[in-house]
Design a protein around this ligand. Structure first.
Ligand code: ASP
Ligand code: MG
Length: 406
C-alpha cells in the first residue's frame, strides 16, 4: 500500500483563486510522488467570520442549530473549488462533506465533539485512486443535525481522520513557516521551533497562540498522531509536534504567548467565611461562565477581595452575574478591568529546573512592569499585567530565556 498522508489547508492558504491553484499544485506534486491523499480544507479566507456577522445582523441571539447550518457552508465551497482545481491539473479528486464522510458528533452546536467517524466512503474513494477532499469543521449528530466542531475545527477534522485512517502523518498547512517562539509580529527575533511536545503545543494554544486549535492537539496527543505544521507557500520544513523526548528537557522555555482577550473581575469586601468561594464560583459556573485565574487576597479584617479572569466575550453578562452574587453574599463593589493582558512562558523543561518563575518576575521587574495576578501549571507560568506593557513584556521574556538565540 502506498503511504497515506492527511493534509489540512487553513483558510489563509485558500483565500483566493490563485491560492487555491497553488494548493492544488502542491497536492498534485504529492500525488505524483505516489502518495494516497486525504485533504481537509477550511473555508476561504475570513468566510466563517463573515457568516458569523451575517447571522448577527439578523438576530442578536441566533439559534445554535441554525448557526451550524450557516457556518458549515463555508467549507463546502472550498472543497468543491479545490477538487475542480485538481481536475484542471489532470488528477482525479472527489470532494466530500463531513456528513458524507460519516463524522458523527454530539449535539453541542457550534462546539461539537466527534464521537465516531465511519470513513468507509473515504476508503472507497481512495481505492478508486481518487484524491479525497474533505470539508473541515463539519459534523453531524446521530439525529442527522448539522454541527460544527468549534472555531479552527478543521484541525480537529484532520487529526481525527489521520487517526481513523491510520495515516503515516498529518500535515497542517498554514501561512507561516511553523510554530514560533512567540508572535513574530511582536518580536521580530522570534524563531521557528523545530520540535515541540503535544503538551507544550496544547498549553501554547490554550494560552493564546493561534496556529492550531487546542482541542485538535488534545486528540493528537491521545492517539499519538504525528503532526507537521508548515507553510503552504514554501517547501521548508516546519514544526513537528511530537511526544516528549528526554533531549527536549534542555530547553527550559519553548515559547511565549500573549492573550488580550481576558478581563479581570474583582469582588471587593467578600466576607471571609467558609463556603463563600464555593458560592461565588458555583453560581458563576451555573451561569456558564468559564473562570480562569483566581486570586484571593490575604485578609487582615474579616473581609477579603477575590479577583478572577474571564473571557471578554460575554463580559456584560458575567459582570451582571458577579454583581448579583456580590449582593447575595453581602460583599462590596464589583470592579471590572478590561485593560489587562496575560503573558505566559511555556516549556516542559520547567519541570526539571528551578528559578524559572523568579527569572520571569525579574525580567518583568527590570522593565518596571507590575504583575497583578500569577498562575502556574506544570509547564507554564502566566502573569496578568497591564495591556499597554504586553509587547514589552513579551520582548523582555523572549530575550531573558534566550529564545532569540538558536
Ligand atoms: N472555518 C472554520 C473557522 O474559521 C474552521 C477552520 O478554519 O478550521 O473557524
Ligand atoms: Mg478559518
Amino acid at each position: 500500500m502506498p503511504k497515506l498522508i492527511v493534509q489540512k489547508f487553513g483558510g489563509s492558504s485558500v483565500a483566493n483563486v490563485e491560492k487555491i491553484k497553488n494548493v492544488a499544485n502542491r497536492i498534485a506534486s504529492y500525488k505524483r510522488k505516489g502518495y494516497n491523499l486525504v485533504v481537509v480544507v477550511s473555508a476561504l479566507g475570513d468566510t466563517t467570520d463573515e457568516l458569523v456577522e451575517l447571522a448577527a445582523s439578523i438576530s442578536s441571539n441566533p439559534s445554535a442549530r441554525e448557526t451550524d447550518v450557516l457556518l458549515s457552508t463555508g467549507e463546502q465551497i472550498s472543497v468543491a473549488l479545490l477538487a475542480m482545481a485538481i481536475h484542471e491539473l489532470g488528477f482525479e479528486a472527489v470532494s466530500l462533506t463531513g456528513w458524507q464522510v460519516g463524522i458523527i458528533s454530539d449535539a453541542s452546536h457550534t462546539n461539537a465533539r466527534i464521537v465516531d467517524i465511519k470513513a468507509s466512503k473515504i476508503r472507497q474513494e481512495l481505492k478508486k485512486g481518487n484524491i479525497v477532499i474533505v470539508a473541515g469543521f463539519q459534523g453531524m449528530t446521530a439525529d442527522m443535525d448539522i454541527t460544527t466542531l468549534g472555531r479552527g475545527g478543521s484541525d480537529l477534522t484532520a487529526v481525527a481522520l489521520a487517526k481513523v485512517l491510520n495515516a503515516d502523518r498529518c500535515e497542517i498547512y498554514t501561512d507561516v513557516n511553523g510554530i514560533y517562539t512567540t508572535d513574530p509580529r511582536i518580536e521580530p527575533k522570534a524563531k521557528k521551533i523545530d520540535e515541540i511536545t503535544y503538551d507544550e503545543m496544547l498549553e501554547m494554544a490554550s494560552l493564546g497562540a493561534q496556529v492550531m486549535q487546542a482541542r485538535s492537539i488534545e486528540v493528537a496527543k491521545k492517539f499519538n498522531v504525528l503532526i507537521h505544521v508548515r507553510s503552504s507557500f514554501s517547501d521548508n520544513p516546519g514544526t513537528m509536534i511530537i511526544k516528549e523526548a528526554k533531549r527536549m528537557e534542555g530547553v527550559i522555555v519553548r515559547g511565549i504567548t500573549i492573550n488580550k482577550n481576558e478581563a479581570k473581575i474583582t469582588i471587593c469586601s467578600v466576607p471571609d467565611q467558609p463556603g463563600v468561594a464555593a458560592k461565588i464560583f458555583g453560581k458563576l459556573a451555573t451561569a456558564g461562565v468559564n473562570v480562569d485565574m483566581i486570586v484571593q487576597n490575604v485578609s487582615h479584617t474579616r473581609e477579603t477581595d477575590i479577583s478572577f479572569t474571564v473571557a471578554k466575550n460575554g463580559l456584560a453578562e458575567t459582570r451582571k452575574e458577579a454583581a448579583s452574587i456580590a449582593r447575595t453574599i453581602k460583599a462590596g463593589d464589583v470592579l471590572v478591568d478590561e485593560d489587562v493582558a496575560r503573558v505566559s512562558i511555556v516549556g516542559v523543561g520547567m519541570k526539571s529546573h528551578h528559578g524559572v518563575a523568579a527569572g520571569m518576575f525579574d525580567a518583568l521587574a527590570k522593565k518596571k512592569i507590575n504583575i497583578e495576578m500569577i498562575s502556574t501549571s506544570d509547564i507554564s507560568i502566566s502573569c496578568i499585567i497591564k495591556k499597554k506593557s504586553a509587547e514589552a513584556a513579551v520582548k523582555a521574556l523572549h530575550s531573558k530565556f534566550g529564545l532569540d538565540k538558536k
